[in-house]
Design a protein around this ligand. Structure first.
Ligand code: ZN
Length: 201
């Protein structure tokens, strides 16, 4: 058994921090030490914020976003274009699009992508709710903002088929050259996708 350098309370803090994405055991130890040194300025407010978030967080019953109000801030914002729904796999994708200020619409969070290998089927995602939202006469376009992976694209095709009878245009994100990207550095799959997704200038 490895020897402990600190008491069980501190070891527990390090162990919990090391479970956060992007933090390994070494950086968790560094983060724990930083928190301990900044007890008043950082550790106490962080503990209070975690506690408050725990009590107040809800999953939006309309779109699946995470917020402290239900329906969420995005769904209740009247200034957003209600004719477009952006479909994402995960709340992280919704937050990324919002951070980029990419579009001012509402969203639908699927809760993952179809993955037969991992046993994720349509019933595990919020696809039924999406189909019923797509039949709202106010909705004119569904943008499938899913990962350019096999699972993401399988999910996009599955949803496109289901939306066949809804009176909406179904679109997907462009695949290809990233902004600032140099052709010479791109992999073959990305280059082929970029040629297929070419657009008039
Ligand atoms: Zn919502």
């Amino acid at each position: 058994m490895p020897k402990s350098t600190a008491g069980p309370e501190i070891e527990r803090l390090i162990q919990l921090l090391s479970r956060l994405p992007g933090l390994g055991p070494r950086s968790a130890r560094r983060a724990a030490l930083h928190l301990i040194k900044k007890r008043e300025q950082l550790m106490a407010p962080l503990a209070a914020a975690v506690q408050t978030a725990m009590e107040k967080i809800e999953i939006c019953r309309t779109c699946g976003n995470i917020d402290t109000q239900n329906p969420c801030t995005v769904c209740t914002d009247d200034r957003r274009d209600q004719s477009i729904l952006v479909v994402v796999a995960d709340v992280a994708d919704l937050w990324a699009l919002e951070r980029a200020n990419a579009i001012n619409t509402r969203y639908h969070v699927l809760g993952g992508t179809l993955s037969p290998l991992d046993g994720v089927g349509p019933q595990d995602l919020t696809i039924d709710a999406l189909v019923s939202r797509a039949h709202d006469p106010a909705v004119k376009e569904i943008i499938l903002a899913l990962n350019a992976t096999v699972d993401g694209q399988t999910t996009a095709h599955y949803i496109t088929d289901l939306l066949h009878n809804a009176n909406v245009a179904v679109t997907r994100l462009a695949h290809g050259v990233p902004v600032g990207g140099e052709l010479d550095y791109l992999d073959e799959g990305t280059l082929s996708a970029a040629i297929r997704s070419r657009a008039p200038i």
